[in-house]
Design a protein around this ligand. Structure first.
Ligand SMILES: [Zn+2]
Length: 405
């Protein structure tokens, strides 16, 4: 590391600004909603091969993995390369897939969330190769699928089925120049109420599932005001996002009602505690077996056709401030940019939920763009962010290895 030339790394990254811009705009031009990423991962493979990656492959789920080096220390960078849809096209002032650019910004769906991270990763690989960096490492740059639909599923597959176990992972989701070390978890819960229908003219003969759900909803609202708080991650939240019912007619007592709940989990909250809180609500307890509280399951096929079912549970994770990976990130930032880094957290969810939340592999976030751009119309990112991030990714492995032999 003594001979790591930070000036040269910054210069090279600046030199590749135009290539990163072109590559990102190509990715934006290829629509790549979750489960439909086939074309974009092939475009990424092509760019990795063009800049000289040592090996590029797909796994069974359709994630693309590009490797640099064959050293003993395995370090991974992750960019999910699926995007959400465009929403109402009328809210965009430019074509979300053709995109736009000026001297400073690039617009289009996926710009900030988060194909920009992929552009920086590929050119970090090129810089590592060109300068002969990360000699002790195998650096794997992964473009992951289905994150917008089911965060972390791709890394469940990579870790359990592909056996990929890096020392740590850098998530390149947008961090607005900060080094991020955690996020609230989340889960998708369903409450089902059974009733008995009868003629609406004599409702006492039946058992109205909607009235019963009404009592449960008011208990849920009270619960939502009394959830745990955490000084770093903030409060846990609970909101009802969907309602369903069945009833034989408008002149009948409803015989079922169900709701979906979006639950965000702060530090100290997990799937067992959150389900128990709901099962212990007075209105749920008094309903006995008329009520069922459960978790949703995700089982959509990936673009390769693979179905890899999982509970819709995405655990909370936090990397301690003084963790060696945070320290390596802060040091890399300071050496490259001559100013102190900023440690912070994401508001939204990332693949960190499985990498660190389920498997305990440390995750640090540093990525181009801003979180507020995610899923919004007129999504943009910044060309200078692409440059900053590529330099950071290129310098980080050697700094980490030097301090953690
Ligand atoms: Zn994202």
């Amino acid at each position: 590391m003594a001979d790591l030339d930070f000036k040269k790394i910054n210069e090279l990254s600046e030199k590749y600004k135009a290539d990163m811009t072109k590559f990102l705009r190509d990715m934006i031009r290829i629509p790549s909603e979750s489960c439909k990423e086939k074309e974009v991962v092939h475009r990424i493979k092509e760019e990795m091969e063009k800049v000289g990656f040592d090996k590029v492959e797909f796994d069974g789920m359709g994630n693309v993995l590009g490797y640099i080096g064959t050293g003993k220390r395995l370090i991974a960078f992750d960019a999910h390369i699926d995007t959400v849809g465009i929403g109402n096209r009328a809210n965009w002032t430019f074509d979300p897939y053709e995109g736009m650019e000026d001297d400073e910004i690039i617009g289009g769906r996926g710009g900030s969330d988060q194909e920009g991270g992929m552009a920086s990763m590929v050119y970090a690989g090129k810089i590592i190769k060109e300068l002969g960096l990360a000699k002790d490492c195998t650096v794997v740059f992964v473009g992951t699928v289905q994150e917008e639909d089911c965060d972390g599923l791709c890394w469940q597959y990579l870790i359990k089925e592909k056996g990929l176990k890096p020392e740590f992972v850098v998530s390149t989701e947008p961090t607005d120049g900060g080094i991020y070390r955690g996020q609230r978890g989340r889960m998708e819960i369903r409450v089902d109420v059974k009733g008995v229908s009868c003629h609406g003219s004599a409702p006492e003969r039946g058992d109205n599932a909607i009235f019963r759900m009404g009592r449960i909803l008011s208990d849920l609202e009270k619960l939502s005001q009394n959830l745990k708080d955490d000084p770093f991650l903030g409060k846990g939240t609970l909101t009802v996002s969907q309602v369903f019912y069945t009833s034989p007619s408008r002149c009948a007592v409803a015989d079922s009602c169900a709701v979906s709940i979006d639950r965000r989990l702060t530090w100290g909250e997990d799937k067992e505690s959150s389900l128990a809180e709901i099962r212990n609500l007075p209105s749920v307890k008094e309903s006995g077996d008329r009520v069922e509280v459960s978790m949703y399951t995700y089982e959509e096929p990936s673009w390769t056709g693979l179905v890899y079912p999982t509970d819709c549970y995405f655990p909370t994770w936090v990397l301690p401030e003084d963790h060696v990976v945070c320290k390596a990130g802060m040091k890399t930032y300071e050496k490259l940019f001559n100013k102190p880094g900023r440690l912070d957290k994401w508001t939204f969810s990332t693949n960190g939920v499985s990498i660190m939340g389920m498997f305990g592999i440390p995750v640090m976030g540093f990525g181009p763009g801003k979180e507020a751009q995610a899923h919004a119309p007129n999504e943009i990112t910044w060309k200078n962010d692409l440059v900053t991030c590529a330099a950071f990714y290129a310098a980080l492995p050697d700094i980490y290895v030097e301090d953690n032999k």
